[in-house]
Design a protein around this ligand. Structure first.
Ligand code: AMP
Ligand code: ZN
Length: 142
């Protein structure tokens, strides 16, 4: 993907503070960090979201995500790992990436706001619907 900003970082067409790389995966500082030390872990190959990323690529990426969480844990009190898919979920760069975010006691960041089910019935129906879709997805991706 020629116009992808993260592919350009991979190819060194634009600069980034690269902190780790190997054959498959690149890690660099997020330019607009939620906290100082906020990292992005990406596969060097271009995939838009987790939904169509092959499992072998994800395995490579997730192991580096763990490694980077271990690194960030050494400079903070806790670690958030985030991953957005599609615009509605806040994905602004369409190249699969995991956010590794250092967290500190009283750092002033708020956790996700919660929602409540309107009724027990709604909650149970949601579980049933999702269990049905799990089977569909398993059939589509044997
Ligand atoms: P998302 O909203 O999950 O797509 O996150 C995209 C992230 O990429 C944001 O946190 C941006 O700050 C970060 N970002 C965008 N452009 C760059 C860049 N050139 N170098 C480093 N991080 C970037
Ligand atoms: Zn890309």
């Amino acid at each position: 993907m020629n116009d992808c900003i993260f592919c350009k970082i991979v190819n060194k067409e634009i600069p980034a503070e690269r902190v780790y790389e190997d054959e498959k995966v690149l890690v660099f500082l997020d330019i607009n960090p939620i906290n100082q030390g906020h990292l992005l872990v990406i596969p060097k190959d271009h995939y838009e979201t987790i939904l169509e990323t092959p499992e072998n690529v994800l395995q490579d990426v997730i192991l580096r995500v763990k490694k980077m969480a271990q690194v960030v844990d050494k400079i903070s009190d806790g670690v958030n790992i985030g991953q957005n898919n599609k615009l509605a979920a806040g994905q602004l760069v369409n190249h699969l990436h995991f956010h590794i975010i250092p967290r500190n006691e009283n750092d002033g960041l708020v956790s996700w706001p919660g929602k409540e089910y309107e009724s027990e019935d709604e909650r149970l129906k949601m579980a049933e619907e999702i269990k049905k879709i799990v089977k569909e997805v398993e059939e589509e991706n044997p």
